[in-house]
Write a protein that binds this ligand. Structure first.
Ligand SMILES: Cc1cc2nc3c(=O)[nH]c(=O)nc-3n(C[C@H](O)[C@H](O)[C@H](O)COP(=O)(O)OP(=O)(O)OC[C@H]3O[C@@H](n4cnc5c(N)ncnc54)[C@H](O)[C@@H]3O)c2cc1C
Length: 399
Protein backbone atom coordinates (compact mmCIF):
# COMPACT_ATOMS: atom_id res chain seq x y z
CA UNK A 1 0.00 0.00 0.00
CA UNK A 2 1.22 3.51 -0.79
CA UNK A 3 -0.13 6.66 0.85
CA UNK A 4 0.80 10.22 1.75
CA UNK A 5 0.61 9.87 5.52
CA UNK A 6 0.64 6.80 7.76
CA UNK A 7 -0.43 7.48 11.33
CA UNK A 8 0.56 4.86 13.88
CA UNK A 9 -1.98 4.59 16.70
CA UNK A 10 -5.77 4.78 16.69
CA UNK A 11 -6.04 6.63 19.99
CA UNK A 12 -7.57 10.08 20.27
CA UNK A 13 -4.29 11.85 19.37
CA UNK A 14 -3.68 9.81 16.19
CA UNK A 15 -7.32 10.17 15.13
CA UNK A 16 -7.41 13.91 15.85
CA UNK A 17 -4.24 14.28 13.76
CA UNK A 18 -5.84 12.41 10.84
CA UNK A 19 -9.02 14.51 11.17
CA UNK A 20 -7.10 17.81 11.15
CA UNK A 21 -4.92 16.68 8.23
CA UNK A 22 -8.01 15.94 6.15
CA UNK A 23 -9.40 19.38 7.00
CA UNK A 24 -6.18 21.04 5.85
CA UNK A 25 -5.81 18.91 2.72
CA UNK A 26 -8.85 16.80 1.72
CA UNK A 27 -6.88 15.13 -1.09
CA UNK A 28 -4.36 13.42 1.17
CA UNK A 29 -4.33 9.63 1.10
CA UNK A 30 -3.95 8.61 4.70
CA UNK A 31 -4.09 5.50 6.78
CA UNK A 32 -4.32 5.05 10.55
CA UNK A 33 -2.57 1.85 11.68
CA UNK A 34 -3.92 0.38 14.91
CA UNK A 35 -2.64 -2.83 16.46
CA UNK A 36 -5.88 -3.68 18.28
CA UNK A 37 -9.12 -4.91 16.72
CA UNK A 38 -10.74 -1.52 17.39
CA UNK A 39 -9.69 2.04 18.07
CA UNK A 40 -9.41 3.74 21.47
CA UNK A 41 -8.75 0.63 23.55
CA UNK A 42 -5.94 2.03 25.69
CA UNK A 43 -5.49 5.46 27.31
CA UNK A 44 -8.27 6.98 25.19
CA UNK A 45 -10.84 4.51 26.49
CA UNK A 46 -9.58 4.31 30.07
CA UNK A 47 -9.37 7.73 31.68
CA UNK A 48 -11.24 10.12 33.98
CA UNK A 49 -13.05 11.84 31.11
CA UNK A 50 -12.29 15.30 32.41
CA UNK A 51 -12.25 18.28 30.08
CA UNK A 52 -9.43 20.07 31.83
CA UNK A 53 -9.61 23.85 32.01
CA UNK A 54 -5.81 24.27 32.23
CA UNK A 55 -5.20 25.08 35.91
CA UNK A 56 -2.10 23.02 36.60
CA UNK A 57 0.32 23.57 33.74
CA UNK A 58 3.40 25.80 33.61
CA UNK A 59 2.33 29.06 31.94
CA UNK A 60 3.69 29.12 28.40
CA UNK A 61 4.17 25.33 28.22
CA UNK A 62 2.75 23.31 25.35
CA UNK A 63 0.30 21.75 27.82
CA UNK A 64 -0.95 25.14 29.00
CA UNK A 65 -1.46 26.45 25.46
CA UNK A 66 -2.85 23.32 23.82
CA UNK A 67 -5.13 22.48 26.73
CA UNK A 68 -6.88 25.87 26.60
CA UNK A 69 -7.20 25.80 22.83
CA UNK A 70 -8.03 22.10 22.70
CA UNK A 71 -10.79 22.29 25.28
CA UNK A 72 -12.53 24.98 23.25
CA UNK A 73 -12.11 22.95 20.07
CA UNK A 74 -13.35 19.79 21.81
CA UNK A 75 -16.49 21.54 23.03
CA UNK A 76 -17.18 22.89 19.54
CA UNK A 77 -16.63 19.42 18.04
CA UNK A 78 -18.98 17.80 20.57
CA UNK A 79 -21.65 20.47 20.02
CA UNK A 80 -21.47 20.06 16.24
CA UNK A 81 -21.47 16.27 16.45
CA UNK A 82 -24.11 15.94 19.17
CA UNK A 83 -21.75 14.20 21.60
CA UNK A 84 -22.87 14.80 25.20
CA UNK A 85 -20.56 16.73 27.49
CA UNK A 86 -21.23 18.58 30.73
CA UNK A 87 -19.55 21.66 32.13
CA UNK A 88 -20.07 20.73 35.76
CA UNK A 89 -17.20 22.66 37.39
CA UNK A 90 -14.44 21.35 39.58
CA UNK A 91 -13.50 22.02 43.17
CA UNK A 92 -9.91 21.57 44.35
CA UNK A 93 -9.90 21.21 48.11
CA UNK A 94 -7.27 22.04 50.74
CA UNK A 95 -8.19 19.58 53.47
CA UNK A 96 -5.73 20.95 56.05
CA UNK A 97 -4.12 24.34 56.64
CA UNK A 98 -0.75 23.16 55.38
CA UNK A 99 -2.31 22.54 51.95
CA UNK A 100 -3.48 26.15 51.62
CA UNK A 101 -0.18 27.54 50.19
CA UNK A 102 -0.35 24.83 47.49
CA UNK A 103 -3.95 25.83 46.74
CA UNK A 104 -2.97 29.49 46.48
CA UNK A 105 -0.10 28.61 44.16
CA UNK A 106 -2.61 26.77 41.94
CA UNK A 107 -4.86 29.82 41.98
CA UNK A 108 -1.98 31.99 40.75
CA UNK A 109 -1.17 29.47 38.06
CA UNK A 110 -4.81 29.32 36.95
CA UNK A 111 -4.82 33.12 36.60
CA UNK A 112 -1.56 33.07 34.65
CA UNK A 113 -3.12 30.51 32.28
CA UNK A 114 -6.24 32.60 31.78
CA UNK A 115 -8.49 30.15 33.65
CA UNK A 116 -11.30 31.62 35.71
CA UNK A 117 -10.98 30.14 39.22
CA UNK A 118 -12.44 31.39 42.47
CA UNK A 119 -10.89 30.95 45.89
CA UNK A 120 -13.68 29.94 48.31
CA UNK A 121 -14.04 29.15 52.00
CA UNK A 122 -15.75 26.22 53.76
CA UNK A 123 -19.22 27.81 53.62
CA UNK A 124 -19.28 28.24 49.88
CA UNK A 125 -17.65 24.81 49.51
CA UNK A 126 -20.55 23.22 51.38
CA UNK A 127 -23.00 24.90 48.99
CA UNK A 128 -21.16 23.59 45.92
CA UNK A 129 -20.21 20.15 47.27
CA UNK A 130 -22.26 19.56 50.46
CA UNK A 131 -20.44 16.34 51.41
CA UNK A 132 -16.89 17.57 50.84
CA UNK A 133 -14.69 18.74 53.70
CA UNK A 134 -11.90 21.27 53.64
CA UNK A 135 -10.53 24.49 55.06
CA UNK A 136 -10.41 26.24 51.66
CA UNK A 137 -11.02 25.43 48.02
CA UNK A 138 -10.61 26.61 44.47
CA UNK A 139 -13.69 26.46 42.29
CA UNK A 140 -13.13 26.15 38.54
CA UNK A 141 -16.56 26.50 36.89
CA UNK A 142 -15.40 25.81 33.32
CA UNK A 143 -14.09 22.25 33.90
CA UNK A 144 -16.27 19.57 32.32
CA UNK A 145 -16.65 15.91 31.49
CA UNK A 146 -17.01 13.97 28.26
CA UNK A 147 -16.57 10.40 27.07
CA UNK A 148 -13.31 10.55 25.10
CA UNK A 149 -13.99 7.06 23.73
CA UNK A 150 -17.15 8.41 22.08
CA UNK A 151 -15.18 11.35 20.67
CA UNK A 152 -12.57 8.98 19.22
CA UNK A 153 -15.28 6.81 17.64
CA UNK A 154 -16.85 9.86 15.95
CA UNK A 155 -13.47 11.08 14.70
CA UNK A 156 -12.90 7.64 13.18
CA UNK A 157 -16.29 7.78 11.41
CA UNK A 158 -15.55 11.20 9.93
CA UNK A 159 -12.05 10.15 8.81
CA UNK A 160 -13.49 7.17 6.93
CA UNK A 161 -16.30 9.23 5.41
CA UNK A 162 -13.66 11.57 3.99
CA UNK A 163 -11.80 8.66 2.39
CA UNK A 164 -9.19 7.91 5.07
CA UNK A 165 -8.50 4.31 6.01
CA UNK A 166 -8.47 2.99 9.56
CA UNK A 167 -6.66 -0.31 9.50
CA UNK A 168 -7.13 -2.31 12.69
CA UNK A 169 -5.21 -5.47 13.67
CA UNK A 170 -2.22 -3.77 12.02
CA UNK A 171 0.62 -3.72 14.50
CA UNK A 172 3.64 -1.74 13.43
CA UNK A 173 6.66 -4.02 13.77
CA UNK A 174 9.39 -2.09 11.99
CA UNK A 175 10.14 0.90 9.84
CA UNK A 176 12.69 2.53 7.60
CA UNK A 177 12.88 6.22 6.89
CA UNK A 178 14.22 7.02 3.42
CA UNK A 179 14.77 10.35 1.71
CA UNK A 180 11.49 10.39 -0.23
CA UNK A 181 9.40 7.63 1.31
CA UNK A 182 9.23 5.67 4.53
CA UNK A 183 8.35 2.00 4.77
CA UNK A 184 6.21 0.87 7.69
CA UNK A 185 6.21 -2.88 8.32
CA UNK A 186 2.96 -4.04 9.89
CA UNK A 187 1.41 -7.37 10.84
CA UNK A 188 -0.86 -6.84 7.79
CA UNK A 189 1.87 -6.04 5.30
CA UNK A 190 4.07 -3.10 4.38
CA UNK A 191 2.84 0.45 3.94
CA UNK A 192 4.83 3.08 2.05
CA UNK A 193 4.17 6.61 3.22
CA UNK A 194 5.63 10.00 2.38
CA UNK A 195 5.38 10.98 6.04
CA UNK A 196 4.93 8.82 9.13
CA UNK A 197 3.30 10.03 12.35
CA UNK A 198 3.87 8.09 15.54
CA UNK A 199 0.97 8.45 18.01
CA UNK A 200 1.46 5.07 19.67
CA UNK A 201 0.68 6.23 23.22
CA UNK A 202 2.17 3.78 25.72
CA UNK A 203 4.48 2.47 22.98
CA UNK A 204 5.50 5.76 21.37
CA UNK A 205 9.13 5.60 22.55
CA UNK A 206 9.49 2.01 21.29
CA UNK A 207 7.90 2.81 17.94
CA UNK A 208 10.30 5.77 17.56
CA UNK A 209 13.27 3.43 18.03
CA UNK A 210 11.88 1.17 15.27
CA UNK A 211 12.47 4.14 12.96
CA UNK A 212 16.00 4.74 14.25
CA UNK A 213 15.07 7.63 16.55
CA UNK A 214 16.46 7.56 20.08
CA UNK A 215 13.90 9.49 22.15
CA UNK A 216 15.03 11.81 24.93
CA UNK A 217 12.84 9.96 27.45
CA UNK A 218 11.63 6.44 28.19
CA UNK A 219 7.97 5.71 28.92
CA UNK A 220 7.20 3.98 32.21
CA UNK A 221 3.68 2.60 32.66
CA UNK A 222 1.78 3.76 35.76
CA UNK A 223 -1.53 2.07 36.44
CA UNK A 224 -4.43 4.21 37.62
CA UNK A 225 -7.02 2.20 39.52
CA UNK A 226 -10.58 3.41 39.93
CA UNK A 227 -13.61 2.49 42.00
CA UNK A 228 -17.17 3.41 41.18
CA UNK A 229 -19.55 4.76 43.82
CA UNK A 230 -22.76 2.80 44.40
CA UNK A 231 -25.93 4.45 43.14
CA UNK A 232 -26.92 5.61 46.62
CA UNK A 233 -23.48 7.17 47.25
CA UNK A 234 -23.49 9.18 44.01
CA UNK A 235 -25.14 12.06 45.86
CA UNK A 236 -21.83 12.63 47.68
CA UNK A 237 -20.35 14.21 44.57
CA UNK A 238 -22.14 16.81 42.42
CA UNK A 239 -19.32 17.64 40.02
CA UNK A 240 -15.60 17.02 40.28
CA UNK A 241 -13.81 16.91 43.64
CA UNK A 242 -10.00 17.05 43.59
CA UNK A 243 -7.25 17.24 46.22
CA UNK A 244 -4.35 19.71 46.08
CA UNK A 245 -1.78 17.70 44.12
CA UNK A 246 1.79 17.09 45.20
CA UNK A 247 3.78 19.50 42.98
CA UNK A 248 6.63 16.94 42.71
CA UNK A 249 4.43 14.68 40.55
CA UNK A 250 2.49 15.15 37.36
CA UNK A 251 -0.43 13.07 38.72
CA UNK A 252 -3.38 14.97 40.16
CA UNK A 253 -4.19 12.72 43.11
CA UNK A 254 -7.20 10.47 43.69
CA UNK A 255 -10.33 12.46 42.83
CA UNK A 256 -14.08 12.00 42.38
CA UNK A 257 -15.60 12.50 38.96
CA UNK A 258 -19.27 12.59 38.00
CA UNK A 259 -19.29 11.41 34.39
CA UNK A 260 -21.68 12.41 31.61
CA UNK A 261 -23.97 9.47 32.37
CA UNK A 262 -24.20 10.44 36.06
CA UNK A 263 -21.95 7.65 37.37
CA UNK A 264 -19.35 8.72 39.91
CA UNK A 265 -15.86 7.27 39.71
CA UNK A 266 -13.03 7.76 42.17
CA UNK A 267 -9.36 7.41 41.34
CA UNK A 268 -6.91 7.02 39.76
CA UNK A 269 -4.08 5.74 41.91
CA UNK A 270 -0.59 5.87 40.40
CA UNK A 271 1.18 2.58 40.81
CA UNK A 272 3.94 1.26 38.57
CA UNK A 273 2.56 -1.35 36.18
CA UNK A 274 4.54 -4.48 35.34
CA UNK A 275 3.60 -4.28 31.66
CA UNK A 276 2.85 -1.39 29.33
CA UNK A 277 -0.73 -2.58 29.16
CA UNK A 278 -0.75 -3.99 32.69
CA UNK A 279 -4.29 -3.21 33.77
CA UNK A 280 -4.05 -5.41 36.86
CA UNK A 281 -1.38 -6.76 39.20
CA UNK A 282 -1.51 -10.17 37.53
CA UNK A 283 -0.33 -8.81 34.18
CA UNK A 284 3.43 -9.09 34.21
CA UNK A 285 5.51 -9.01 31.04
CA UNK A 286 9.05 -9.90 32.11
CA UNK A 287 10.69 -8.28 29.07
CA UNK A 288 8.84 -4.99 29.49
CA UNK A 289 9.48 -4.97 33.22
CA UNK A 290 13.17 -5.72 32.70
CA UNK A 291 13.42 -2.81 30.26
CA UNK A 292 12.05 -0.44 32.90
CA UNK A 293 14.26 -1.79 35.67
CA UNK A 294 17.34 -1.58 33.45
CA UNK A 295 16.66 2.08 32.66
CA UNK A 296 18.98 4.45 34.54
CA UNK A 297 16.27 7.13 34.68
CA UNK A 298 13.81 4.77 36.35
CA UNK A 299 16.36 3.59 38.93
CA UNK A 300 17.11 7.20 39.85
CA UNK A 301 13.40 7.97 40.07
CA UNK A 302 12.80 4.93 42.28
CA UNK A 303 15.66 5.86 44.64
CA UNK A 304 14.16 9.32 45.10
CA UNK A 305 10.49 8.41 45.46
CA UNK A 306 10.42 4.85 46.81
CA UNK A 307 8.32 5.92 49.82
CA UNK A 308 5.64 7.46 47.61
CA UNK A 309 5.75 4.39 45.39
CA UNK A 310 5.19 2.07 48.33
CA UNK A 311 2.30 4.19 49.63
CA UNK A 312 0.66 3.99 46.19
CA UNK A 313 1.16 0.20 46.13
CA UNK A 314 -0.44 -0.09 49.55
CA UNK A 315 -3.43 1.85 48.26
CA UNK A 316 -3.58 -0.47 45.31
CA UNK A 317 -3.63 -3.63 47.48
CA UNK A 318 -5.79 -2.29 50.28
CA UNK A 319 -9.28 -1.03 49.55
CA UNK A 320 -9.29 0.50 53.03
CA UNK A 321 -6.29 2.64 52.19
CA UNK A 322 -7.99 3.76 48.95
CA UNK A 323 -11.12 4.60 50.95
CA UNK A 324 -9.06 6.64 53.42
CA UNK A 325 -7.70 8.78 50.57
CA UNK A 326 -11.28 9.43 49.44
CA UNK A 327 -12.56 10.07 52.95
CA UNK A 328 -10.11 12.97 53.27
CA UNK A 329 -12.22 14.69 50.61
CA UNK A 330 -15.65 13.19 51.37
CA UNK A 331 -15.74 11.88 54.97
CA UNK A 332 -19.18 10.24 54.64
CA UNK A 333 -17.95 7.62 52.16
CA UNK A 334 -17.94 4.04 53.46
CA UNK A 335 -16.49 0.77 52.19
CA UNK A 336 -19.94 -0.43 51.07
CA UNK A 337 -20.14 2.54 48.72
CA UNK A 338 -17.22 1.37 46.58
CA UNK A 339 -17.51 -0.93 43.56
CA UNK A 340 -14.65 -2.15 41.35
CA UNK A 341 -14.15 -0.30 38.09
CA UNK A 342 -11.74 -0.79 35.17
CA UNK A 343 -8.27 0.73 35.51
CA UNK A 344 -6.13 2.67 33.03
CA UNK A 345 -2.40 2.84 32.42
CA UNK A 346 -0.63 6.15 31.86
CA UNK A 347 2.52 6.48 29.79
CA UNK A 348 4.82 8.50 32.04
CA UNK A 349 7.93 9.87 30.39
CA UNK A 350 11.06 9.64 32.54
CA UNK A 351 14.33 11.41 31.63
CA UNK A 352 17.70 9.64 32.03
CA UNK A 353 18.39 11.82 35.10
CA UNK A 354 15.31 10.37 36.82
CA UNK A 355 13.12 13.46 36.49
CA UNK A 356 9.56 13.16 35.23
CA UNK A 357 8.92 14.91 31.93
CA UNK A 358 5.79 16.92 32.38
CA UNK A 359 5.18 18.65 29.08
CA UNK A 360 4.10 17.17 25.76
CA UNK A 361 7.12 15.97 23.75
CA UNK A 362 7.11 15.85 19.95
CA UNK A 363 10.30 14.85 18.10
CA UNK A 364 10.71 15.21 14.37
CA UNK A 365 12.91 13.92 11.55
CA UNK A 366 12.74 14.91 7.85
CA UNK A 367 9.97 12.37 7.13
CA UNK A 368 8.42 11.61 10.51
CA UNK A 369 6.72 13.22 13.49
CA UNK A 370 6.91 11.29 16.75
CA UNK A 371 4.47 12.24 19.51
CA UNK A 372 6.55 10.76 22.31
CA UNK A 373 4.79 12.15 25.36
CA UNK A 374 1.07 12.90 25.32
CA UNK A 375 -0.12 12.45 28.91
CA UNK A 376 -3.11 14.15 30.53
CA UNK A 377 -4.55 16.58 29.42
CA UNK A 378 -3.80 15.22 25.94
CA UNK A 379 -7.33 13.88 25.52
CA UNK A 380 -8.78 17.34 26.26
CA UNK A 381 -6.12 18.92 24.04
CA UNK A 382 -6.24 16.27 21.29
CA UNK A 383 -7.82 18.40 18.56
CA UNK A 384 -5.28 21.18 19.17
CA UNK A 385 -2.39 18.69 19.31
CA UNK A 386 -3.76 17.16 16.09
CA UNK A 387 -3.78 20.59 14.41
CA UNK A 388 -0.19 21.24 15.52
CA UNK A 389 1.04 17.82 14.38
CA UNK A 390 -0.84 18.17 11.08
CA UNK A 391 1.09 21.41 10.49
CA UNK A 392 4.39 19.59 11.06
CA UNK A 393 3.31 16.85 8.62
CA UNK A 394 2.40 19.32 5.87
CA UNK A 395 5.82 21.01 6.24
CA UNK A 396 7.32 17.58 5.47
CA UNK A 397 5.18 16.83 2.42
CA UNK A 398 6.78 18.18 -0.73
CA UNK A 399 4.11 19.81 -2.91
C1 LIG B 1 -5.92 6.80 34.19
C2 LIG B 1 -5.89 7.94 33.23
C3 LIG B 1 -6.67 9.08 33.45
C4 LIG B 1 -6.63 10.15 32.55
N1 LIG B 1 -7.50 11.19 32.70
C5 LIG B 1 -7.56 12.16 31.75
C6 LIG B 1 -8.54 13.19 31.82
O1 LIG B 1 -9.39 13.19 32.68
N2 LIG B 1 -8.51 14.15 30.87
C7 LIG B 1 -7.58 14.18 29.85
O2 LIG B 1 -7.60 15.09 29.03
N3 LIG B 1 -6.67 13.20 29.75
C8 LIG B 1 -6.66 12.19 30.66
N4 LIG B 1 -5.76 11.17 30.55
C9 LIG B 1 -4.78 11.20 29.47
C10 LIG B 1 -5.38 10.77 28.14
O3 LIG B 1 -6.19 9.63 28.29
C11 LIG B 1 -4.22 10.48 27.19
O4 LIG B 1 -3.35 11.58 27.23
C12 LIG B 1 -4.69 10.29 25.76
O5 LIG B 1 -5.73 9.34 25.70
C13 LIG B 1 -3.54 9.86 24.90
O6 LIG B 1 -4.04 9.46 23.67
P1 LIG B 1 -3.12 8.73 22.64
O7 LIG B 1 -3.87 8.62 21.37
O8 LIG B 1 -1.78 9.40 22.62
O9 LIG B 1 -2.81 7.30 23.29
P2 LIG B 1 -3.68 5.96 23.33
O10 LIG B 1 -5.09 6.20 23.58
O11 LIG B 1 -2.97 5.03 24.24
O12 LIG B 1 -3.56 5.43 21.84
C14 LIG B 1 -2.38 4.89 21.29
C15 LIG B 1 -2.80 3.81 20.31
O13 LIG B 1 -1.64 3.33 19.65
C16 LIG B 1 -1.81 1.94 19.45
N5 LIG B 1 -0.48 1.35 19.23
C17 LIG B 1 0.53 1.26 20.12
N6 LIG B 1 1.59 0.64 19.56
C18 LIG B 1 1.24 0.34 18.29
C19 LIG B 1 1.92 -0.31 17.21
N7 LIG B 1 3.16 -0.79 17.33
N8 LIG B 1 1.25 -0.45 16.05
C20 LIG B 1 -0.02 0.02 15.90
N9 LIG B 1 -0.70 0.63 16.88
C21 LIG B 1 -0.08 0.79 18.06
C22 LIG B 1 -2.47 1.47 20.72
O14 LIG B 1 -3.12 0.22 20.58
C23 LIG B 1 -3.43 2.61 21.02
O15 LIG B 1 -4.71 2.39 20.47
C24 LIG B 1 -5.78 10.08 31.43
C25 LIG B 1 -5.01 8.93 31.20
C26 LIG B 1 -5.10 7.85 32.06
C27 LIG B 1 -4.35 6.61 31.73
Amino acid sequence: MTCDVAIIGGGIVGLATAYRLQELNPHLRLVVLEKEDRIGRHQTGRNSGVLHAGVYYHPGSAKAKLCRRGKQEMETFCETEGIPFTICGKTIIAVTDDEVPGLDALHERAKANGVHAKRIGPERLSEIEPYAAGVAALNVPETGVVNFGAVAARLAERIEERGGEIRTDAQVLGGTERSTMSVVETSRGAVEARVVVNCAGLWADRVATLFGVQPSVQLVPFRGEYVELSESARTYCRGLIYPVPDPAFPFLGVHLTRGVAGRVEAGPSAVMAFAREGYDFGTIRPRELAEVLAYRGFRRLARKYWRTGLAEMRRSFSKRSFLQALQRLVPALQMDDLRPSPSGVRAQAVRPDGSLADDFIIETTPRAVHVINAPSPAATASLAIGRHVAGLVLERLPT
